[in-house]
Design a protein around this ligand. Structure first.
Ligand code: ATP
Ligand code: MG
Length: 364
């Protein structure tokens, strides 16, 4: 009898069979390619090692960068960093407000420059009447120069504000900065100054703090045994310890020739003399008048305005009073003008040469 036997062969079985075959093939291959395999394993191991080394290097680099960043951060908090920054500020070339092409060179600029070059322990005071070109003249002398730091004195807190704008902590650090700036200036080929210069701009509106300008300027500009000292140049009259401690430079009206040059620069070559006759040759008046003429004002109107402004200036000076100890008020302006008038009557020059605005308050 023929019987039929159906044997079910599940797919898994055939798969197992093929896996088995594959394993055999593999063992065979391994046997055949042992050397190759060993080489591959070695290569893989080396590759892992290289990877590991690279990771370690990257980690070390990150750690170095972090340490550097932290060191830089710490340095930025240090006094040395502040000193270096302040020295760098001092050593930047000085940039005047007025562009070079608009500035007419005046003789007074040479006088100031010479004063600076032959600077000796004295504070230099550049003074003059309202709008005579003090600021422009002083700034022009220092155009492009290094070792100059300009500061505007607005009130009695000007010193702290000076330190703040230089980002130094106080007088001690400021002195260190001056010493360093001096050393930097010594390295330059032909500096206008070998001594750091603090340029104090004292606007007419400043009435407070004048006494501290005097004492600080005297202190800073006197070398006497100190490690650091600076030239102090202030664009207004003040007392830096008496005539033997300060050098005064008076900025007067422009010469006729300079006034014509200013007007020519502004396109008024033709009627320069008429304008000068009407407004005088104070540089500020000339530049203002020029603007007013553009705005349509006549020369006659300008003449009246210039006279009115001069009267106001005298009146302001006349009414200048100071309060002294005990609350007593002294009409200082009236006293000065009376004395000048009397001196003129006695044949003196009587000129109001020393009336540089409200800021001058003689020490009482
Ligand atoms: N050398 C110059 N060349 C051309 N223009 C000048 C010159 N000097 C001054 N000026 C003009 O006159 C104006 C007044 O000058 P500056 O501000 O220097 O006078 P000042 O005496 O400092 O005035 P203040 O009494 O108000 O401090 C300037 O704005 C500028 O337009
Ligand atoms: Mg000025």
């Amino acid at each position: 009898m023929v019987s039929t036997c159906i044997v079910a062969v599940p797919e898994r079985v055939s798969a197992d069979v093929s896996a088995q075959e594959a394993a055999q093939t593999f063992v065979q291959t391994v046997g055949d390619n042992r050397d190759f395999l060993i080489a591959s394993a070695a290569a893989f191991w080396t590759y892992r090692q290289v990877q590991e080394a690279e990771r370690a290097t990257a980690e070390a680099e990150r750690a170095t960068a972090e340490a550097k960043r932290q060191a830089e951060e710490a340095f930025k908090q240090s006094d040395e960093y502040k000193v270096q920054l302040a020295v760098a500020k001092f050593m930047e070339p000085f940039v005047p407000k007025m562009p070079k092409r608009k500035v007419i060179h005046g003789k007074v600029m040479d006088t100031i420059a010479n004063g600076v070059k032959t600077w000796d322990e004295h504070a230099t005071i550049v003074s003059g009447r309202f709008q005579t070109g003090k600021t422009v003249a002083v700034e022009e002398v220092f155009r492009g120069a290094r070792g100059i730091f300009k500061h505007t004195v607005k009130d009695e807190h000007w010193e702290e504000k000076l330190y703040k704008s230089l980002q130094v902590d106080g007088p001690g650090m400021f002195e260190t900065v001056l010493v360093r700036v001096k050393a930097e200036l010594a390295k330059l080929a032909d500096p206008i100054t070998k001594t750091p210069i603090i340029l104090l701009e004292v606007p007419r509106t400043t009435t407070k703090g004048m006494d501290t300008i005097s004492s600080t300027s005297k202190d800073l500009s006197t070398e006497g045994g100190k490690a650091a000292h600076a030239g102090v140049l202030a664009a207004l009259a003040f007392d830096a310890g008496g005539a033997n401690r300060q050098k005064d430079m008076w900025i007067d009206d422009l010469t006729a020739e300079e006034a014509k040059k200013v007007l020519t620069l502004h396109g008024h070559e033709e009627n320069a003399q008429d304008i000068i006759d009407a407004c005088g040759s104070r540089v500020g008046d000339l530049t203002e008048s020029r603007k007013d003429m553009v705005a349509g004002k006549t020369l006659q109107e300008l003449k009246q305005e210039t006279e009115a402004a001069a009267e106001r200036e005298v009146e302001r000076f006349l009414n200048l009073e100071v309060e002294v100890a005990g609350g007593r008020v002294i009409p200082i302006g009236r006293n000065v003008l009376t004395k000048l008038a009397n001196s003129k009557q006695r044949g003196g020059d009587g000129a109001a040469e020393r009336s540089a605005g409200q800021g001058i308050v003689p020490k009482m």
